[in-house]
Design a protein around this ligand. Structure first.
Ligand code: AMP
Length: 588
């Protein structure tokens, strides 16, 4: 298929934001697309080469692209950079340069979608010391044969700046129209997408096998299923109104959701956003196959950091120590985890999505053999407010965030936030009972709308004993444009070259301020933190206190000095009070 057809469609799509128009352009494009290339077209439309979970990154830097343009046009790098600075877009700079070139040279060869795609794939796979040169060769060979318009979209894909604004749903609408003549068939396509997370594969299936093929679409082991999400309720009473007289309550653990695909010794782990996270958890990869009693399975669990000695659940932040590329073995032994299973989506070649919650839980308990590492999430059947309250109290005391409430007779709804699962947590805002006054000690530069401002601030409490300011959280929400400007004016003269020694923080800010300004924040709760320094070692050795979901209230407490800010003593009292009041109905 000629690449110019795709480039023309990209051009048309870039000039509209209307969903109906976008759908029309897509339908026309799909109708011109041979079945063998449809999946490639669908990935390219989203600026990708493969579905997200495969983690294929193009990773081409602007500098390299500029060198490649220079190589294929013979025009010096300086001149290209000039064009780039004028327009702010490399694709357009290249098209202007190539415009000049095509007047003097012949086009050698028409480029096809297949060629562009294969070349981009080679670029994404090239590694090692010579990879920069190889990448440049590949890019310039494409640009040699590209028309200016084609070049724009080759470069945009390469640099990750192709933003057509087409939602997955719009692609599915267009596929339904182009290949079944009926937009309503999108619902069926959605199901296929929800179980495969691979829009290219869905497109290829409907193009080659029609809607019947989509209806038969099955779960593919090692392709992640889009997770089912929960709605929120504010009280036990509301949960009963929505779920009826009898339902399951599970601890809502504060960890990382993981979808585990396993077949014999082969294991893959996917995060909630379907990223492959296998490399962070070599302990799961090693131990889980031994705990699974099935030929193959897809299971869902919450990974939670634990205290090795007491077995107590630790807050989510502890898992961040595992997010590293190197020395993972050390992190594995320093930050032990447990895997807490709560669902089964597939086992022994069969989908379990249509089974009811009760059937799935029963199956789960047969498939997973519990041990110290692999466990089931605690679950109880509840029938009234008192029972929910009781279980909620247990769950909070065990260090979890609240409860997940699940309807017993309902299937697993992949990819949707239905009303079959509800979450009951302590309310987010200001449930500490009061707002806090904290000292601004550091700033992080903003992005986007906040460029040129401090987008996020590092805040500290006052430690009366040591007469120092200890970090307690970063805050980036609750700011209006106006308050950001105002804070910038106030904070800028307080910038110091070196961190004031009274600031105690492990976190490195972009800029440090004299600890003088106090602002007011609210937060959902106080948690233990391995990073922050407030009340360090006071509740638990090696841990400080941190605020969860802090939000600026808009109040700059100019009347307060830094020593008037909330103290660590106060934080400890609030932290201890939290556990007691958690089950107070008024607070949930
Ligand atoms: P939220 O992130 O507040 O929307 O809550 C949903 C998240 O809670 C899921 O993505 C899981 O990571 C987590 N979670 C903890 N315990 C459970 C459970 N028992 N069932 C389902 N999800 C759970």
């Amino acid at each position: 298929m000629e690449y110019s057809i795709l480039a023309d469609s990209f051009f048309k799509m870039e000039s509209t934001t209307k969903r109906l128009e976008l759908t029309k352009i897509l339908v026309e494009l799909f109708e011109k697309t041979p079945h063998e290339v449809i999946s490639k077209i669908v990935y390219l439309l989203q600026g990708k080469l493969r579905p997200d979970f495969e983690g294929i990154e193009l990773g081409v830097a602007e500098k390299l692209a500029i060198r490649a343009i220079s190589k294929s046009s013979g025009i010096p790098i300086k001149k290209i950079e000039e064009e780039y600075r004028k327009g702010g877009d490399i694709g357009h700079a290249a098209s202007i340069i190539l415009e000049q070139k095509t007047q003097t040279t012949f086009l050698v060869e028409d480029i096809t979608v297949e060629r562009v795609y294969e070349t981009l794939l080679k670029i994404s796979k090239s590694e090692g010391s010579r990879s920069q040169d190889m990448k440049m060769k590949y890019i310039s060979s494409l640009l040699n044969d590209a028309t200016p318009l084609e070049a724009i979209y080759i470069l945009k894909i390469l640099l990750g700046t192709l933003r057509l604004g087409i939602a997955e749903n719009t692609v599915m609408d267009a596929l339904a129209v182009a290949f079944s003549g009926n937009k309503d068939n999108r619902k069926i396509l959605e199901h296929a997408y929800n179980v495969s997370s691979d829009l290219g594969k869905v497109a290829e299936t409907i193009a080659t096998k029609g809607i019947a093929g989509i209806e038969e679409f099955e779960i593919i082991l090692f392709n992640p299923i889009r997770p089912m999400l929960a709605d929120r309720v504010k009280s036990e009473q509301e949960a009963i109104e929505r779920l009826g007289n009898e339902f399951a309550a599970e601890y809502k653990l504060d960890g990382e959701r993981v979808q585990i695909h396993v077949e014999e010794e082969k294991v893959a782990l996917f995060s909630r956003s379907l990223e492959n996270i296998s490399s962070y958890y070599p302990d799961i990869i090693e131990k889980i196959p031994k705990a699974i009693q099935a030929d193959n399975a897809i299971l869902e669990a919450e990974i939670v950091a634990v205290n090795e000695n007491t077995g107590e659940f630790l807050p989510f932040q502890e898992l961040m120590h595992r997010r590293r590329k190197y020395k993972i073995e050390k992190a594995v032994s320093q930050y032990p985890i447990t895997v807490n299973f709560f669902d089964v989506l597939f086992s022994n070649e069969k989908s379990c999505l249509e089974l009811s919650y009760a059937q799935r839980r029963e199956k789960l308990e047969k498939i997973v053999k519990e041990d110290d590492f692999a466990r089931y999430i605690p679950m109880e059947i509840v029938r009234n407010e008192n029972e929910i309250e009781d279980f909620l109290e247990n769950s909070i005391n065990a260090g979890s965030e609240g409860l997940m409430l699940k309807q017993l007779d309902k299937p697993y709804q992949a990819g949707s936030r239905g009303s079959y699962w509800l979450k009951l947590k302590r309310e987010y805002q200001n449930k500490l009972g009061d707002s806090l006054d904290l000292v601004v000690v550091g700033g992080f530069f903003g992005k986007g709308r906040r460029t040129g401002n401090y987008g996020t601030l590092l805040l500290a409490t006052y430690d009366e004993d040591e007469d120092v300011f200890t970090s307690i959280c970063k805050v980036g929400t609750g700011f209006s444009d106006e308050s950001l400007d105002q804070l910038y004016q106030i904070l800028n003269p307080k910038v110091t070259i070196k961190k004031n020694p009274r600031i105690i923080s492990e976190m490195e800010a972009d800029v440090w301020f004299e600890p003088e300004l106090v602002i007011e924040v609210v937060a959902s709760e106080i948690t233990l933190s391995p990073i922050h320094k407030a009340a360090r070692d006071k509740i638990r050795k090696g841990a400080g206190l941190a605020l969860r979901f802090p939000k600026f209230t808009g109040k700059i407490r100019v009347e307060k000095t830094a020593e008037d800010a909330s103290t660590n003593e106060e934080m400890i009292t609030l932290y201890k009070g939290q556990k007691k009041v958690a089950h107070d109905k008024n607070l949930i």
